[in-house]
Design a protein around this ligand. Structure first.
Ligand code: CP
Length: 330
């Protein structure tokens, strides 16, 4: 497998942040939160992800046939779990999996995540964990004998690998420097939105519009981080006020049970009317799954990238697995 393929964005786009000659992927032991990534490390990951597109196009590799990935999910998942398992299998590795860890494992008898991780870490080379508590993945990493990847922890925690594939999808289309992005939805508890905000903050002249009902706005910890790093942002409650300005709309769910009035939900939805107000070359992303906030009529619009975004997850997660496994065996 080659690691020498450079990662230009689409023809016509220029990215000012090409991989540095020597990137320090070795610092990454576990992936728990997206702040762990520096720009050089992101470029190293994206560089590898481009290479993985070619690996998948030729049917995969056998380079990791002696490696085992364990996926330990305490909460439901379709995309993330399948994606990680496909990524390991495309690398030639094997997978151990539990989909309802809290129900079917001995955790139902109050076994702590720490004990489960210690044991699963003795059977596998890397563990992907989704946990209902913010901080659950960090607890796992603190005792794990093998690398741990956070596949989503708690409400208001993080989902860093989702944000990495989100950013990679944007990177493949246009420069990340100077980007304006609307992050829309239930932001206080949105772990994908939180992880993406941290990553966007790494790039110069980015502007983020957080668009949500006021009671669901982005939490102070993220806003403080943006203030500390000189990142421009605005808090907005009306999608119409920003939709024509931004390069990227990152749409996320608002759970209906948190909103009394269904019209309130509709105010944050993207449909054919909202499409008509967006820039002709804007990008529409969504981590999925969706409900009413992203109308199916949007799917055929050339700006809708969310299925491509989900597909990109395979390349990014393959690349991430190689980085963590290489570091672990060095
Ligand atoms: N985007 C995402 O995390 O989807 P799943 O919940 O299906 O993994």
């Amino acid at each position: 497998m080659s690691n020498t393929i450079l990662a230009p964005a689409k023809p016509g786009a220029t990215n000012h942040l090409e991989p540095e000659a020597k990137c320090d992927a070795m610092k990454l032991r576990h992936l728990i939160e997206s702040q762990q990534f520096t720009v050089p490390l992101l470029m190293e990951l994206f560089h590898r992800s481009r290479g993985m597109e070619r690996v998948v196009a030729r049917g995969g590799s056998l380079d990791y046939q002696n490696k085992i990935l364990a996926t330990l999910f305490y909460q439901p998942s379709t995309r993330t779990r399948f994606c990680f398992e496909a990524a390991m299998q495309r690398l030639g590795g094997k997978v151990l999996s539990t989909e309802h860890a809290g129900t079917f494992s001995s955790e139902v008898e109050a076994e702590q995540v720490e004990d489960s991780i210690r044991i699963i870490g003795s059977y596998s080379d890397i563990i992907v964990v989704r946990h209902p508590e913010a901080g659950g993945a960090k607890r796992a990493a603190q005792v794990s004998p093998v690398p741990v990847i956070n596949a989503g922890d708690g409400e208001g925690g993080q989902h860093p690998t989702q944000a990495l594939l989100d950013l990679y999808t944007i990177y493949r289309e246009r420069p990340l420097v100077g980007l304006s992005v609307a992050i829309v939805g239930e932001l206080d508890k949105g772990r994908t939105a939180r992880s993406l905000a941290y990553l966007l903050a790494k790039f110069e002249r980015v502007k983020i519009y957080f668009v949500s009902p006021p009671q669901m706005q982005m939490k102070p910890d993220i806003l403080e981080y943006l203030n500390e790093h000189g990142v421009r942002y605005e808090l907005e409650s009306e999608i119409d006020r920003v939709i024509g300005e931004v390069d990227v709309v990152y749409q996320t769910r608002i759970r209906p049970e948190r909103v009394r009035d269904r019209h309130e939900l509709q105010r944050y939805a993207i449909d054919s009317t909202v499409l008509g107000k967006m820039k002709a070359d804007a990008l529409i992303l969504h981590p999925l799954p969706r409900t009413v906030e992203l109308d199916k009529t949007v799917d055929d619009d050339s700006r809708a990238l969310y299925f491509k975004q989900a597909a990109n997850g395979l390349y990014v997660r393959m690349a991430l697995l190689t980085m963590l496994l290489e570091r672990d065996q060095s």
